[in-house]
Each structure stands twice: as C-alpha cells, then as structure tokens.
Design a protein. Structure first.
Length: 493
C-alpha cells in the first residue's frame, strides 16, 4: 500500500494557510473596494502572517524534505520563518495611517506584503536551486510593485523601475547560474550537489559548475544589497513609500541571509576554503561602504539604506567564518537587526509635521523636549545600531566578530570593528540632534496604534535581550545545528 501524501503536507501548513488566506482576502478586497477594503484586509493580513508564524513555530522540527526534494523543513527553516513572517506583519502594522495620509490606502498593498511573506517563507526552506529560484521570484515580484505603489509621485515610480530592472538582471544571473550547474552536474538538489562537491567526489568539480555557482552567489548578493550589488538600495529606499521601505529593509534581508546560509553551508560546505575569501571581501566592502557613505547623508531613509548595507556586511562576517558558530552568530545578528530596523522605521514614520511626513535628519533637532518617549526610543535604536554596550546590537557584532576570530579571520574582525566605529558617528549624530540641539517645530503626536505598538515592542526586545538573551541563543543554536550534518568545517578549524 502506498503511503498517504497527507503527512507530507503537515510541514507546509504555514504556506498553505498563507496562500488560501491570501486568495480569500483578494476576493474580499475586490468586493469591498469602494467600502474601505484596506481597513478590513490590512488587519486580516497581519493576523494571517502571525498565525502562520505561530504554526511554523510549533511544528515538529524533525528534518524532512518536501515537494519532491525542492524544499526542506527543519529547525533552521522554523527559526527564520518565524522571524520573516513576524517582520512582515510588523511592517504592515507600521503603515497604519501612513498609507491613508499619502493616499495610497488600497487593499492591494497589504496583500502584496502577504504574498511576499509567502515567498520569504519558502526561501528559507529551499533545498534545491529550482526551489531557491522560484521562492526568490515569488518574494521579489510583489516587492517590485510595492516600491512603485505611489504612482502619482515621480520618485516612487523611478524607484520601482530601478528596482525592477536591476532585479531582473540579478534574476537572470541567478537563473543562468542554475542552468550552468544543472548542465554540468545533472542535478539541482542541494543534497546531491553536496555529494558531488565533496572532497571525495570522483573527478573533482566541473569548472562550469563552479562558474554557475558564482553567478548564483552574485544573484543572492543583489537581494542582500551587498557590495558590489548595492547600487539600487539608496534610490529605492528614498523613492519608495516609507512604509514599503520599512518592509524592504527588514524581513527580506533576513530571508536572503537564511537562503545564503542554506546554499553556502549545504552544497558548498566542503568548498568553504574557496568561497570564504570571496564572502569575506564582500562583507568587508559592505561594512566599509555602508559606514563611510552614511556619513554624508541628509535624508534619513538614504541613511538607513547605507546602514542596511553595513549591517549585511556584519552578518556576512559570521557567514564567512564557515563554521557552526558563525552560522549561529549570523542568525542572532539578523534577529537583532530585524528589531532595530522595525523600531527605527517606526520612529521615521512618526516624523510628521502639520500632516506632512518629513525625512530630513535635521528635522529631529530638539525632539527630546517635545516628544521624550519617541526620543528615548530613537536613542535606543541608534545606540544599538552603533553597537554601544550593553544593548543588543553590541552583542550581535561581538559574536560575529568572535566567530571570525576563531575561524582565523582576525583581519576581517579588526577591519569590521573599525568600520563599526566609523559608522557609529552618524548614529550618534542623530542622538546629539535629538537631545542637544535647539528644538524646531513640534511633530504631530502619532496616533496610529500599530505604529506605536511595533516601535514599543522593538525597543523592549532590544532592552530585553540584555536581561534574557538565552531563548534567542538557544533557538539560533538549534537552527545552526540543523545545518551541521551538511556543513563541514574548513580544515584546520
């Protein structure tokens, strides 16, 4: 008797729930389009994402392959899936009243965020190059539309066009790399590639397959906004609606790092000595460019773009280590980064004066005298992003640098530390403006419940990590251990 296919669907419950709910909400939005559909669809989309995250969090984490071996569910997938789905839900909450104020209050926007969340949840489960590509495109296509959602503004349509054109180029590179790998190895599955790329593989690895993997890594670097594939980031962050920028800066970065770990610590684990130096140089370039370019920014959204580039560089330091400790450090860093980014954008979305949203950093002058709670929250996020102890951002950087040192990449850790010191200037400059400069006109008091809730919870998470770091480290350790069977440490480690 053949076994029932139903047990194989159990690990896919979060994705099935997201897909079914998204289709139902699409119908609801279409039927109520003239009757405030967004006010109904947005909270339901948030609830859907949170329920899917809860389901992923309670599923049995025994490793298993899904859908013909193209996807995999394990502790790593569960950890990252919870992060990206919660991050997506929080990003929708941040847009509480912004979209209505900017006249883009349409039900399609939270629906696009939901379907992007579905793509991200599949990205962190990818177990073949085909699964990787399909999940990445399912995440990317809604983001292209979201970036250009403010159609009556030139900078938004320009941002969407730039993102789409460069994203299409990156997707083409990734797909070409996948085709090369398949052509030279005859397989797309990570498990089979790991056997073929192992040190005991007969005849060694075909040169064409290695070239293909280089193209795949280049495509992923674009999604990470890592140097030298970062060109789109500042313009898209500035031009897109601020609520969309908050979405772009948070959950997709976590999913992209998770997918990169899947690839490098899976089929390419035995080749760590080869890709390690490339990833280390990309990490160094990202840290340096993000830290230096941020010094001259006057627009806070562009500043967050360069801050994101630098932070991806710090996370890649852990990836470059090529060890289980490095994987764990990178996962912890991305969890902390998610909270810091959401909280910071919560403060940015509260920068509204006489009904108009402002983006100039100088507008924050004297904020502490008018809005002490908002100023305190912004200071917490800036200190954490700068890596000032004892906040969570300090520990995130400490552990990725420690992993690099133990992996004999001391030079990378030292240069990363110097880049962090340089980058601290523009974070501390904001704190100086908030607390020591004479106040300007007061901001409007934020009334959006979702925005205040996400900002407050992000600040609590940053402070709470100092008191209770254990749960996050335990979850990250369990996720890293699920890669241990396929990840092989570099000789000499």
């Amino acid at each position: 008797m053949p076994s029932s296919p139903l047990p194989d669907l159990v690990p896919l419950l979060p994705q099935l729930f997201l897909l079914a709910s998204g289709l139902v909400l699409l119908v609801v939005g279409a039927l109520r389009e003239r009757d405030g559909a967004s006010r109904v669809v947005a909270p339901l989309a948030v609830l859907t994402l949170l329920v899917a995250a809860a389901i992923a969090g309670v599923l049995d984490r025994t490793p298993r392959t899904l859908l013909g071996g193209h996807f995999r569910f394990d502790a790593m997938a569960a950890f990252l899936e919870v992060l990206v789905l919660v991050g997506a839900a929080a990003s929708i909450l941040l847009a509480d009243t912004y979209q209505e104020d900017e006249r883009i209050d349409r039900f399609e926007l939270p629906l696009l965020a939901l379907f992007a969340g579905l793509g991200m949840s599949l990205m962190v489960r990818a177990d073949s190059l085909l699964g990787l590509y399909m999940a990445l495109e399912l995440q990317s296509l809604p983001l292209y539309v979201m970036a250009a959602f403010q159609r009556d503004q030139l900078r938004s349509t320009e941002a969407g066009l730039k993102y789409f054109v460069l994203g299409a180029l990156a997707s083409g590179m990734l797909l070409y790399g996948c085709s090369l790998v398949y052509g030279f190895t005859g397989t797309l599955a990570f498990a089979t590639l790991a056997e073929g790329f192992g040190p005991g593989s007969a005849g060694g690895v075909p040169t064409g397959a290695v070239v293909g993997l280089v193209f795949v890594i280049a495509g992923l670097a674009f999604k990470l906004a890592a140097v030298p594939f970062h060109m789109w980031t500042p313009d898209v962050y500035e031009g897109a609606p601020t609520s969309v920028t908050a979405f772009l800066a948070a959950a997709p970065k976590v999913a992209a790092v998770g997918l990169t770990l899947r690839l490098l610590m899976g089929p390419m684990a035995d080749w760590a000595a080869q890709w390690q130096q490339v990833v280390a140089l990309v990490a160094l370039a990202s840290m340096l460019l993000g830290s230096l370019a941020g010094l001259v920014q006057s627009n806070i959204k562009r500043l967050m773009a360069y801050s994101g580039i630098a932070n991806i560089g710090f996370a890649l330091v852990g990836v470059a280590a090529g060890t289980r400790e490095g994987v764990e450090a990178a996962l912890v860093y991305m969890a902390i980064y998610l909270a810091m980014t959401l909280g910071t954008f919560g403060c940015i979305l509260a920068m509204r004066r006489q009904g108009t949203y402002v983006e100039r950093i100088e507008e924050l002058a004297g904020l502490s005298t008018r809005h002490p709670l908002m100023a305190a929250g912004l200071a917490i996020f800036m200190f954490s992003l700068a890596g000032i102890p004892p906040l969570a951002g300090f520990f995130g950087k400490y552990f990725v640098f420690l992993a690099a040192v133990r992996a004999e990449l001391t030079w990378l850790a030292v240069l990363g530390l110097l880049a962090s010191v340089v980058g601290a200037y523009y974070y501390l400059r904001i704190v100086k403006l908030v607390y020591f400069d004479p106040p300007g006109e007061p901001f409007d008091v934020p009334t959006a419940t979702g925005l205040r809730l996400v900002t407050a919870l992000s600040a609590i998470a940053i402070l709470g990590f100092v008191v209770l770091p254990g749960p996050l480290f335990e979850a990250a350790a369990g996720a890293a251990s699920s890669l241990a069977s396929s990840a092989v440490a570099v000789p000499g480690r």
